[in-house]
Design a protein around this ligand. Structure first.
Ligand code: ZN
Length: 873
């Protein structure tokens, strides 16, 4: 109670209370020594929030006070009542939800009875909350507040052992209790709850996005219940997604719009490199197929399709956000709507895209007046508009992914803050969205309480701030408390009332969750690792508005956690010892955090072992690989173990391992033992795409290409040839292609990877994280990339090399000659030199296939999984 009385409540209208805070003679005694005069009353037609609240209250009264309250639809003669939710008895006592904001609630005592009710709105499943709009839950939140204040309950972690509800002999409430609370923010979306189903997550596994099937229905239910106890939810209907392809599809009709426009109206789509790009990149349609928004027919068509959909369904919330991945229209009319360029010289497209959003919203609301809209402020639209004020039916979702890394760089923090403030002063409704730690930062611990505090302080200043949609971990991960510590618990409380002290909330969490002995140790553990990560992240380059996942690479992880390995290990040991004699719930909670640290240690050791294995040759090689594999497997097994539920985030680990490889290994590389011996020739080839020099007949060759993801047989044959000569390294790819008519090949080197391409990777230096990449396509266009470890990739590398390609009726051929100086040597390397190397083919006819000489099972750039190129003396 003290916590609430300290607040400057009046300024935000959150909390009005007239409450005597000490026990007094006229307190109402709800239960004493296992007996009670009370019953719970909940209307027969009560909202789901009220019914769930009544059940929660009944259970807690049993656990805390040892009394079994009966539940009735109306008052029983001779009993006193705790009325949950709207009820004629509450109305008669003058207690109602009238005038409350969404999710707000009241707790009142009137003539010996207790009334707990709030603004409820049933929109389907009460525990389904990370969606466009969740059921409102005021009456349930009234019960939660009642339980926290008068029963001493807390929910520090999900699951039965995360609940704190110690027995009490006496339960009493003030006879003049009169409390009203409303959440400051309508959108309280934290992904510590999951709306994912087993089916949707299974799909990620089938698509190879993640390796494991980690779903557990019971744990998922515990997580969403925990989210409701933290009073999370979304209370203004916000539909925001990459969605232009829903409403003006280029290629394929869909369930929103039953016709596609690409063929008939190519002029509706973005002009790119002189052509109308009425097609998608990648699967699904969320990439590419952008619209030519200055064409008035496009806004009209978009609006007509939304209106038609609104008329045949009950949907009233629509997204106006562009497809993902940029590549917006370059036509003169669209460009004329742009105002300024960002730090990288790219135009900022906010005014252009928001003008379009307004045009659609204006048209739709004429016919569907209650329609609302969501639009992302993201990437090219992250800066606020200069000349456009958004239509009042539009909610802006401004996106700041990797928020901690943006925060830790002074220049990007200043930009982020300017953007945040700009949107909030120029729009009426703004919701912040963030993949806060990327897609989960590998499940490694990173608590950032002070950054959350900074963010809440800033958001609360603006009435237009509607809240947050915050993703901490990978899709489907259960709350990973070994990674997040107090963060979600503290943030959930700030979302109701941002005028609280983050320090005080954090202290309350650590003491309450882990007890007085272990709590301060674990608070220090999270603070120590958090400071180390902040130090390292601030050292990594970060450009302008774009925070790249490259910040979160293996070098940062190694540097940060290694620097605090001793103190962190010691804090975890001491915390574990401190609870060894205490109750099971303390031991279980400390174990969640200790697993997080065990995962750090395994990750550090596995990275080191993999690096050693990659460099070891000769007799020690097998043993080095076996050690790296054992550690890699142990790391994965720890994250995936059912015992690690609510401790670690296995989906996040999988996603990050695939997207930003740490270089870990979990099995012998498929092609790690492959060896190609490049012979020495006298004459260099003429690089013209014809392999007609005699040298090519004596080159080393291999056609053992396999499908890259799983190592199965490749559908079409690719043969690679290689030899060394005085001028450089000569390489050729001969690609059989039975579907030459369907061959897709970029006509511009800038978009080389959008079509067919062959690639060579070479590790020519000492470290496995620095390597060269050479790519050539059937049109004879090429790109070279220098990967320089910690310093990132140089996409504009200009090595000394020649290349040519040549198409025939049944295939195509690429011929390459790379000067030795561009490979870091003066001439052909001495005999027996071994370079990790790999060859890949990306086939993107109507039949798509990635194949490799030494398949990596993931991205191509995984040097630990390359084969070996050796030079003959
Ligand atoms: Zn245009």
């Amino acid at each position: 109670m003290k916590r609430f009385l300290l607040l400057p409540a009046a300024s935000f209208g959150l909390i009005h209370l007239a409450l005597s805070s000490s026990a007094r003679a006229d307190d109402l005694e709800i239960a004493r020594d296992g007996a009670s005069r009370y019953e719970i009353v909940v209307a027969a037609n009560a909202s789901q929030a009220a019914r769930e609240g009544a059940a929660e209250l009944r259970r807690l009264m049993r656990v805390v006070a040892g009394v079994e309250l009966s539940v009735a639809a109306d008052a029983t003669e001779g009993r006193r009542q705790i009325v949950v939710g709207a009820h004629p008895r509450a109305a008669a006592a003058g207690v109602s939800a009238a005038g409350l904001k969404a999710d707000g609630f009241r707790m009142r005592t009137v003539e010996g009875n207790v009334y707990l009710l709030g603004e409820d709105r049933d929109l389907g499943h009460f525990f389904w909350i990370n969606n466009n709009e969740s059921s409102h839950g005021g009456s349930y939140f009234a019960v939660i507040e009642f339980a926290e204040r008068f029963l001493g309950a807390r929910w520090y972690l999900p699951g039965p052992l995360g609940e704190e509800a110690p027995p009490r002999a006496r339960i009493a409430v003030p006879s003049n209790l009169d409390v009203t609370q409303e959440p400051r923010f309508a959108h309280r979306y934290l992904d510590v709850v999951t709306s994912k189903t087993h089916e949707s997550l299974k799909k990620l596994q089938t698509q190879g996005v993640v390796d494991g099937d980690y779903f557990d229905a019971a744990s998922a239910a515990e997580a969403t219940r925990w989210g409701r106890r933290l009073r999370l939810g979304n209370n203004s209907n916000l539909n925001v997604q990459h969605s232009w392809y829903w409403w003006v599809p280029a290629e394929k009709p869909n369930s929103w719009t039953p016709r596609a426009y690409g063929k008939e109206h190519p002029e509706y789509f973005a002009l790119r490199n002189g052509q109308r790009a009425a097609r998608y990149r990648g699967a699904g349609g969320a990439h590419g197929g952008q619209l030519c928004v200055s064409n008035p027919d496009v806004a009209r068509t978009y609006a007509e399709n939304v209106i038609a959909y609104a008329k045949r369904t009950k949907t009233r919330s629509f997204s106006l956000s562009a497809n993902d991945g940029g590549e917006h229209c370059e036509c003169a009319h669209c460009r004329a709507w742009d105002l300024e360029k960002d730090g990288n010289g790219e135009p900022i497209l906010t005014d252009r895209l928001m003008r379009f959003a307004n045009a659609v919203a204006e048209r739709v609301t004429v016919e569907v007046p209650d329609a609302t809209f969501g639009v992302y402020a993201y990437h090219e639209t992250r800066a606020p508009p200069r000349t456009v004020r958004l239509h009042p039916a539009i909610t802006v979702s401004d996106v700041y992914n990797y928020l901690p890394s943006l925060f830790l760089h002074p220049a990007s923090r200043a930009l982020m803050e300017a953007d945040l403030r700009g949107w909030r002063t120029q729009s009426e409704k703004v919701v912040l969205t963030s993949y806060y730690l990327g897609e989960g930062f590998w499940s490694l611990p990173w608590s950032t309480l002070e950054i959350q505090g900074w963010l809440m302080n800033l958001l609360r200043e603006y009435p237009s701030s509607l809240g947050v949609r915050m993703n901490y971990a990978g899709p489907g991960d259960l709350p990973p408390m070994g990674m997040l510590g107090a963060d979600p618990w503290v943030l959930s409380r700030l979302l109701w009332n941002p005028n609280q002290s983050v320090e005080a909330l954090a202290r309350e969490y650590y003491l309450g969750a882990f007890g007085p002995a272990a709590g301060p140790l674990l608070q220090e553990y999270f603070a120590t690792s958090g400071r180390a990560l902040a130090r390292e992240a601030a050292k990594r380059p970060l450009e302008g508005r774009h925070a790249g996942s490259s910040v979160f690479g293996a070098p940062m992880i190694e540097a940060a956690y290694s620097s605090v390995r001793e103190p962190c290990a010691s804090l975890i040991r001491r915390a574990t010892a401190a609870v060894s004699e205490r109750e099971e719930r303390y031991r279980w909670r400390v174990d969640r955090v200790a697993r997080g640290w065990r995962f750090v240690e395994l990750t550090l050791d596995a990275i080191e072992a993999a690096r050693t294995a990659g460099k070891t040759t000769g007799s020690g090689r097998k043993g080095a690989w076996e050690k790296a594999i054992r550690l890699g497997q142990e790391r994965r097994a720890l994250a995936a173990s059912p015992e690690s539920r609510f401790a670690l985030a296995p989906y996040s680990m999988d996603l990050m391992d695939k997207a930003v490889p740490l270089g870990l290994v979990t099995e012998m590389p498929i092609g790690g033992e492959l060896l190609l011996r490049a012979p020495r020739m006298d004459a260099a080839p003429v690089v013209d795409g014809r392999l007609d020099e005699p040298a090519w007949n004596r080159a080393a060759e291999s056609s053992s290409f396999r499908e890259n993801a799983r190592g199965g047989a490749a559908a079409v044959k690719t043969q690679v040839k290689i030899f060394a000569c005085a001028e450089g390294l000569a390489v050729a790819f001969e690609c059989e292609e039975p579907r030459m008519h369907a061959l897709k090949a970029a006509k511009d080197a800038a978009t080389l990877w959008s079509g067919d391409v062959v690639e060579l990777f070479l590790v020519t230096g000492g470290g496995m994280d620095s390597f060269s990449q050479f790519a050539v396509n059937p049109n004879g266009l090429a790109r070279a990339v220098a990967h320089r470890g910690d310093r990132g990739a140089d996409l504009d590398w200009k090595p000394a090399w020649k290349y040519a390609a040549r198409k025939s009726t049944d295939g195509w051929c690429a011929e390459i000659l790379i000067a030795w100086k561009s490979l870091g040597c003066d001439g052909p390397p001495p005999g027996e030199t071994v370079w990790p190397a790999d060859f890949f083919r990306e086939r993107s006819t109507d039949a798509q296939e990635l194949s490799g000489w030494s398949p990596t099972g993931g991205p191509f750039a995984l040097p630990l999984r390359f084969g070996r190129l050796q030079f003959s003396p």
